[in-house]
Every structure is written in C-alpha cells, then in structure tokens.
Design a protein around this ligand. Structure first.
Ligand SMILES: [Zn+2]
Length: 361
C-alpha cells in the first residue's frame, strides 16, 4: 500500500509500505477520508511536543512514523477474537492512546494513566495511508446519516464535547470563545446545547464570524476591528464572562495567535470565572499570578479524551443538533495531495478554510 512516512524531522516520504498485520482483537481498516491537523504539521517540523522521546525511539529502532489521526474508515478484515466490530462497519478514532490492558494502571481501571500507551500515528501507524490496523477497543462505530467527510471531522468535535463537559457550564452562564476554527465552532454549538446563556464568538476573519452567527452565537467580535477585552466587558455590563474557551493560541508559523489570546482570556473572564485552555500552546507561558489569584481565576486544561466524546459528537451530528458539514470547504482527492493539504492547514485564512483540509483516499 501507499503511505506517507516520516523518517526524520522534515523528511516526509510518500512510499510503498507493507500492509499492516492484523493481530488478535485488531481490525484492518481501509481509510476513506483523512484530515490534516495543525498538530501533524508541528510534529513533522520537530516542534517540541510530549511525544518526541517516543518518536526518537522509533527512529532509533529503524521505524518510520506514520501520522494521521482524524479519519473515517471502513473495517475490511477482523483479526481473531474481535467481538465488537464487523467487516463493513464505518469507524473513527476518538483521540488519546490505546490502553495496553496489562499494566497496573490498566488493571486497576485507570486506563487513562496506562504505563505502556500506544498512540495512533506513533506506535500504531496512522491514517496518512491506504490501510491501518487498529485494536478494536480503539475505534468507535459510526452511525448512518453523516457523510464520510463529516465523520472524518468528528475526532476534534469529540474533543469539543469533552472540553465543554470539563468546563462544567451552568445553565445561563455567559461564554466567550476566542477563535472560530474547527474547535471554536464546535465548542460554540456544544456549549449552546449545554445551556450557555450569552454566547460571544471572537475571531479575526469575517467569514468565520458569519458561520458563528449561523451556528448560534449571540454576539460576534472581529478582533481586527475592536479590542476583544473591551468588547466582552461591554457585552457583559463590565463584569466579564463566566467561562472563556481559548481556541486560538499556538504557533504563529501555523497562522495561530501565540499567547496573545491567552492574555486576553484572563482579562475578559469575570472574577471567579473559568478560562479553559483548548488550543495547544508551546513554550513557557507568562501569566500574572497577582491578577489570577486576586480575581480567583480558574485556568483549566482538558482531561484526556475517551471514546464517549466521539460517540456523543457522532450522535449530535446524526441527530442534526450540531453541524460540521458547512465548515468542510477544502476536500482534496488522492493521498498524494498531503503536501497541498499541509500548505492549506498552515494558511487557513489565505485559502478561506475553517476545518482542517481533508483528503479522500
Ligand atoms: Zn496499560
């Protein structure tokens, strides 16, 4: 089969790879649609991330790294003793690691703290390939209704579900969302379902904010035209919002906002409110502890993701409560188009993209 494999930072090759082995309790999946996440780009370029020691270990053992974790596939073969999936099932991957099932943490029911985790896109070769082999417990069967393209966008939506659940929004809470990419638009819709009151969407691009209004934002702020902190305070009678979701931060080389939106988030939250850090940040973060403590600001990180978020994300789209279709504007055909997709993901504004670009394999 054909696959994109990383042999060293910056050395990504489209090459022939052996069809993956189907072990007991694993299934062989034909990749139908895969999305290119902004984190994939960072991994390829060698941006610091917690998986780097494992990546270096794989290279030291002569194993290339095969990325790709946001995908829709179809089970084409089941290994011995598979009990939860059948040939023909449409599946997706929830994010997070595959538990080993044998270590003390797994055996005591603390699988999110597994001591020998395998990650999809690392130890388990990922979906920038024609086929992947995955443990059956690492996949979720998808409902009928959503398209394959929509299913490929469910992994980040599942993370949005988990983030909103972690933030524990109370009925009527005022909510601001910094950034209206795939994560921001997903959190907007899920927060509304979770009972959010006034919902304020903030972004740099007018076309994103048009979608935000379609998806249920009560107020939108174009941060290139108005000061985001001033606007949020004005919209909340000076108090600030109960909850801020920060989805815009990250590497400026990837078209993201650096730490600027984090600083704005802690200024626009009310005293005692929560700032929920959705975006992946990189490097040392400076926050003013006097401001944070004197105003009792809760700065929160997401819990590890599990399959429940993905299952619920699929249900929300299948039952037409949440939309992902309108966000998917860039669909390329053929796995060989990965470099083109990488260019789009780093320059979403230039290409008028919201969702990560997709590749139909
Ligand atoms: Zn384990």
């Amino acid at each position: 089969m054909k696959a994109w494999r990383l042999h060293a930072y910056g050395d990504l090759r489209f090459e022939d790879a052996p069809l993956p082995e189907v072990r007991p309790r694993w299934v062989l999946v034909k990749v139908k649609v895969v999305q290119v996440a902004v984190v994939d780009r960072g991994v390829i370029e060698g941006v610091p991330n917690p998986h780097q020691p494992r990546i270096r270990k794989m290279w030291a053992e002569g194993k290339p790294v095969q990325l790709g974790h946001e995908f829709c596939g179809e089970v084409v073969e089941t290994g011995p003793n598979v009990s939860t999936l059948e040939v023909g099932d449409r599946v997706s991957y929830p994010g997070g690691h595959f538990r080993c099932g044998a270590c003390p943490m797994c055996k005591s029911g603390n699988e999110s703290e597994c001591l020998s985790p395998m990650n999809f896109g690392l130890e388990v070769p990922g979906a920038f390939a024609e086929y992947v082999s995955v443990p059956e417990w690492g996949l979720v069967r998808m409902p009928d209704g959503p398209t394959d393209n929509e299913v490929a966008a469910f992994q980040p939506l599942g993370v949005c579900v988990g983030n909103v659940r972690n933030a524990n929004i109370q009925f009527g809470d005022t909510v601001a969302i910094l950034g209206q990419g795939a994560m921001g638009l997903g959190i907007l819709q899920v927060a509304k379902l979770a009972g959010a009151g006034l919902l304020i969407a903030l972004a740099r691009r007018r076309e994103s904010l048009d979608l935000s209004r379609d998806f249920g934002a009560d107020a939108t702020v174009n941060v290139t035209e108005a000061d985001p902190v001033t606007e949020v305070r004005r919209l909340t009678s000076g108090r600030g919002v109960d909850v801020v979701f920060e989805t815009a931060g990250g590497r400026k080389e990837d078209g993201l906002a650096g730490f600027e939106t984090v600083r704005q988030a802690v200024q626009m939250v009310r005293a005692g409110g929560k700032v929920f850090q959705v975006a992946n940040l990189e490097g040392p973060l400076e926050l003013d502890p006097v401001h944070m403590r004197s105003r009792s600001i809760k700065y929160m990180w997401p819990d590890p993701v599990g399959p429940e978020g993905l299952k619920y994300a699929a249900f929300l789209v299948a039952s037409k409560r949440v939309k992902v279709g309108p966000q998917i504007t860039q669909v390329l055909h053929g796995l060989e188009k990965l470099p083109e997709a990488m260019e789009i993901v780093a320059n979403k504004a230039k290409y008028h993209a919201f969702n990560p670009p997709q590749i139909v394999v």
